[in-house]
Write a protein that binds this ligand. Structure first.
Ligand code: CA
Ligand code: CA
Length: 178
């Protein structure tokens, strides 16, 4: 039996979780199965956009499903995000408020104005409570990362400014995986 990739638990451990998530025993995990698994213990359905994002990230064969070979990486991804989320949720309220979000963004290396942080809070605060939940936090961070990478590719001299045409702008917005 091949050794698990670095940082992953044993194959037995992962297989046990995989089989519990794969409710219909088809050998692959669909977006619906993943959503049910990640919503366990909460009353709110997991953000479907975040599910779509995660499936697309780890579905190497582009089938829209996750097989067991891809599952270890997905599992690690979710676990890493859970640890990240908990470490920024200073008051252990189970959500991220604006102060905690600001700290997270600074720690990730972003330098954003308060106005931009307010816009992000508003966009990802799906329940209008001034806080961001786990699934929306992942979506916010992944979107920010993807858009930042797209910007950086054009900002060849790294001065934080780019000049682009309207057509290029639309190209970035619609071709970036967000
Ligand atoms: Ca299945
Ligand atoms: Ca909190």
């Amino acid at each position: 039996m091949a050794a698990p990739p670095a940082g992953l638990p044993s194959r037995e451990f992962l297989m046990d979780i995989f089989q519990r998530v794969d409710k219909d025993r088809s050998g692959t995990i669909t977006a619906n199965e993943l959503q049910v698994a990640l919503s366990n213990g909460t009353w709110k359905p997991f953000n479907p956009e975040t599910i779509r994002l995660m499936i697309a990230m780890f579905d190497k064969q582009n089938t829209g499903k996750i097989n067991f070979e891809d599952f270890g990486h997905l599992w690690k991804y979710v676990t890493d995000w859970q640890n990240c989320f908990r470490s920024f949720d200073r008051d252990q309220s189970g959500n991220i408020d604006k102060n905690e979000f600001t700290t997270a963004l600074t720690t990730f290396g972003y330098r954003l104005s308060e106005g931009t942080i307010d816009i992000l809070m508003k966009k990802f605060d799906h329940y209008g409570k001034g806080t961001i939940l786990f699934d929306d936090f992942i979506q916010a961070c992944v979107m920010l990362l993807n858009l930042t990478n797209a910007f950086r590719q054009l900002d060849t001299d790294q001065d934080g400014t780019i000049t682009i045409h309207y057509d290029q702008f639309l190209n970035i917005v619609f071709s970036t995986k967000v």
